[in-house]
Structure formats: structure tokens, C-alpha cells
Design a binder for this molecule. Structure first.
Ligand SMILES: NC(=O)c1ccc[n+]([C@@H]2O[C@H](COP(=O)([O-])OP(=O)(O)OC[C@H]3O[C@@H](n4cnc5c(N)ncnc54)[C@H](O)[C@@H]3O)[C@@H](O)[C@H]2O)c1
Length: 265
């Protein structure tokens, strides 16, 4: 199936690591020109280099952008529009969590989690949407989480922020559907990086966090997944890229779990 993505232009936030990296590489394989946004510029440059080595034919640009800073988002999106003229696709991938009991976490951490996981998506959508409306075309796919669908133990504020991304996307799907802009959310389950080399210094998996996931712990966690394995970044990227394609022109306001049957709703 041709996804008809060749020659389209996309912004991918959080493109420097794990799932965002895989999304950028998969879009690049489809011939998409990509602006990679990440707070870790070096990691994003590495992903662009990987994409080129894999034969990407499109233009790849890197923008050091903190999605929690509205002015930085506006400046970077402005540069992308100047260069690409049209942005067809926005993928809100930047996000992250620090697990722990709600009452043990500081209010500052809670604000940080809301800013990163929710306000980051708000800033990016707010900045790109007028441009998409002007062109009567836009495909916005945001990374939620199964935590945002079911409420996850020791992930209270993160779960709330991801639930907010889902509600935001549904509301905007109603508001901007008449302009041919679609909003969908992909909710991964536990998706451990394939390789520690694939994580940014600012990734939630950096600093040895992957090491917690010993083979025994992975096997134990897999038992909660109907398909009896954990997801890979590529599993998630496949669905994101499909939703960003014209094969999903009549799909909006949807929440799609990519978690091997961890949640079913
Ligand atoms: N990996 C999982 O198990 C999992 C599960 C459910 C949902 N998710 C969601 O999927 C998305 C990607 O997850 P991941 O595992 O690839 O995360 P990750 O931590 O490996 O990567 C996140 C990327 O975002 C970048 N980033 C962090 N803060 C930023 C900021 N303020 N501005 C711009 N970029 C910033 C990081 O540098 C990194 O490159 C996130 O939204 C996450 O919440 C992940």
C-alpha cells in the first residue's frame, strides 16, 4: 500500500530518541521532508544522520526546540514554514515521565510533567494550526499513553496530562475538522528502547533507566500484554505514520492503543 507520503513535509517533536526517533526514520523512509525538533540537538542530528545513511531522499533539518517554551516553538515553526512552505504533518512526540507516589513528588515536578506532556502539545498545535487551516490540510498525531486511558499506578500526573492530550485532540478534531485538519492520538504501552544508543541524553530512558528492565522484569511485564511481548518503537511508529497518511483521511478524534492488548477499549 502506497501511503502517498512522498514529498510531504512534517515536524516531529522529541525526534531525537526512542519512539520519536523511530517515527522520524519511518517517515524518512516514506520520502517525507522532516523538521526534527528536540531539546537535545545532538541526538536529533544523530537521527537525521541515521536517516540519511538508510537512504532518506527528503530534506532533514534539526531545530533545537524546547516544546514547553512557546516562543521557541513559534520561532522554530516559523523557520520550518519558510523553508518547507507548507507543513502537512505534526507529530507531538516529546514527552516523558518520572514515576513515583503522587504525594512523594514535588509540586515542581508535577508542573514540569504537565508542561512537557500537555502544554508542549498545546504550544505546537496552537502554532501550526493556523497555517494548516490556511492550506486546508493538516494531519496531527500526538503521543498519548495507555496511562492516559486507564490511570497508571505511580504515574498520576503523567496519566492526567496524557488524558488531557486525548481530550484536547478530540476537541480540536471537532473544531478544525471543517478545515480538513485531523487529530489523532497513539497510546503506546511500555516501549523500551531497542538499543541504549537510540536514546537522547534528555530521554526518560537515559542514565541507566533501561537497566532496570532486566530480561526477568520484561518477561514478567509481558504477561500483562495479550500478545505476550512488549512493544517496540517501530510498532508505535507504524501506526503514527499510517494515521499521518492520506490512507486515514476520514479518521479523526481517535485514540489508538499500540500495546499488544494491554488495554482494550
Ligand atoms: N516509551 C514508553 O514506554 C512510552 C509509553 C507510553 C507513552 N510514551 C510516550 O511516547 C513519547 C515518546 O516516548 P519515548 O520513550 O520515545 O521517550 P524518550 O524520553 O526516549 O524521548 C523523548 C524525546 O523528547 C525530547 N524532549 C524531552 N523534553 C523535551 C522538550 N521540553 N522539548 C523538546 N523535546 C524534548 C528528549 O530529548 C527525547 O529526545 C512520549 O510522549 C511518551 O510520553 C512512551
Amino acid at each position: 500500500m502506497d501511503l502517498t507520503l512522498n514529498g510531504k513535509n512534517a515536524i516531529v517533536t522529541g525526534a531525537g530518541s526512542n519512539i520519536g526517533r523511530s517515527i522520524a526514520l519511518t517517515l524518512a523512509e516514506e520520502g517525507v521532508n522532516i523538521a526534527l525538533f528536540d531539546i537535545d540537538e545532538e541526538a536529533a542530528l544523530g537521527v537525521a544522520q541515521d536517516a540519511r545513511e538508510r537512504g532518506a531522499s527528503g530534506v532533514l533539518t534539526v531545530h533545537r526546540t524546547d516544546v514547553t517554551d512557546r516562543e521557541q516553538v513559534e520561532a522554530s515553526v516559523g523557520r520550518v514554514i519558510e523553508e518547507f512552505e507548507q507543513v502537512h504533518i505534526l507529530v507531538n512526540g516529546a514527552g516523558g515521565d518520572q514515576q513515583g507516589p503522587f504525594l512523594d513528588q514535588s509540586p515542581e515536578l508535577h508542573e514540569k510533567l504537565v508542561n512537557l506532556n500537555y502544554m508542549g502539545a498545546v504550544h505546537c498545535m496552537r502554532t501550526v494550526l493556523p497555517h494548516m487551516i490556511d492550506h486546508s490540510y493538516g494531519r496531527i498525531v500526538s503521543l498519548g499513553s495507555d496511562a492516559g486511558r486507564m490511570g497508571e499506578y505511580h504515574e498520576a500526573v503523567y496519566s492526567g496530562a496524557k488524558a488531557a492530550v486525548i481530550a484536547l485532540s478530540k476537541s480540536l478534531a471537532r473544531e478544525a475538522g471543517r478545515h480538513n485538519v485531523t487529530f489523532n492520538v497513539v497510546c503506546p504501552g511500555l516501549t523500551i528502547p531497542d538499543d541504549p544508543e537510540d536514546v537522547a541524553s534528555t530521554s526518560m530512558w537515559a542514565g541507566g533507566a533501561i537497566d532496570f528492565w532486566t530480561p526477568e522484569r520484561r518477561a514478567s511485564a509481558s504477561r500483562r500484554y495479550a500478545l505476550r511481548r512488549l512493544g517496540t518503537p517501530q510498532d508505535v511508529a507504524n501506526v503514527v505514520v499510517f494515521l499521518a497518511s492520506d490512507r486515514c483521511n476520514f479518521v479523526t478524534g481517535q485514540t489508538w492503543s499500540v500495546s499488544g492488548g494491554y488495554t482494550m477499549m
